[in-house]
Design a protein around this ligand. Sequence first.
Ligand code: FAD
Length: 447
Amino acid sequence: SPSHSSVIIVGAGVSGICAAKVLAENGVKDLLILEASDRIGGRIRKEKFRGLPAELGAGWIAGVGGRESNPVWELACKLGLRTCFSDYSNARYNIYDRSGKIIPSGIAADSYKRAVDSAIQSLRNQELGGDEPPSSASIPKTPIELAIDFILHDFEMAEVEPISTFVDFGEREFLVADERGFEYFLYKLAEDFLHTSEGKISDSRLQLNKVVREIHHLRSGVSVVTEDGYIYEADYLILSVSIGVLQSDLITFNPPLPRWKSEAIEKLDLIVYTKIFLKFPHKFWPSGPEKEFFLYAHDRRGYYTFWQDMENAYPDSNVLVVTLTNEESKRVEAQPDEETLKEAMEVLRDMFGPDIPDAIDILVPRWWNNRFQRCSYSNYPIVSNNNQLNHNIKAPVDRIYFSGEHTSEKFNGYVHGAYLAGIDTSKALLEDMRKEIMERKSESQTL
Ligand code: FAD
């Protein structure tokens, strides 16, 4: 007969592990975590790349040094995770054009200021409900304008609109550069409530390689069917899979989700963000604290624009990381890595001349084509009623409770968003469980 638990948690990323921990600490003993992949961590993922611990997913603890303390930063400090301060703002002064010349800083600063002003203006227009198209003067056209538009909109929106992460927790960002990986903090959280032996989780409450394909929900309980044909029953379920997975057809709901829920799920935008790692026999690019980030100005927006030298994080590693997003991410995911390596080398030769050595290795993560992710993180569209949208994304359906970074009201898209969302979802569930017990008690008293 199917196993029965009081709560099933689908997904062992940050939010699933945090949700389970809160339940365990509040006396829920028979919980069960079902994770599709062969590891915990989800979008926090370290892979060895030529001796370097490459963080394919989350890399930065964003929001440090402010009036409130970022809980993920606190944990990282407690565990002694090695981190490096990142100053992105220098990137705009290291813009290379296709002939290898660095754009003079005055011109770069002016372009940057113009781009920020025009983004603020267009945000105001949208908020006021205006639908006039932007004036042609404010549309980025030249390679420098396109490079600046890319970093502004894909990295530094904090200069344009207030972002809760930076307002609440502070404006600084730290790159995790630790051999144990960013995921170490999650193992430590899991260790608080799951049995481990020899540094590995060995607890039957965590089941790996369990791909949930069907969720049957009634007012009285839930049952799930996994790809390997098992059925698991529970009183409640917490669903912490990404918004990309929710938008895909990996999980079937029976009965289907109500319209208000499925429409909310469809409305969120998916961001794909790809960090490509390249290893070289030696360094040929300028190094130093103010040179850590540099940009390539091409006439195609987002074409190998944003580069990072890993020297600061890992001295003498001779590794560069180039970040692509959205359509460019999807494009390189679909092509062989040798093709991507060739493109990256052409770009580097534009910047640093024909004589530089070829990369000896490349690592191209595939978040879009991973059927357990289908995105890197969520983005709420600029619409006036995001409160309602967030409410509908979060709201339970029968006994299915929704969690994950995309359910975070203030910090979606971040590790701390997933962390706090896991805690919030479990607290809401515990409250409903208590109410149910009270109702049952009063019913039996009246009988
Ligand atoms: P996930 O980590 O996705 O966890 C969900 C889990 O569900 C996964 O383990 C998945 O395998 C599992 N799952 C999916 N489908 C099923 C199924 N059908 N059955 C069972 N299990 C299933 N955040 C930052 O704060 N700083 C950064 O610098 C940063 N950079 C990022 C860079 C990249 C490339 C990416 C991808 C993300 C980045 N993020 C960053 C975002 C951050 O990683 C996420 O917000 C956070 O890790 C999400 O956690 P989660 O628990 O909500 O989801």
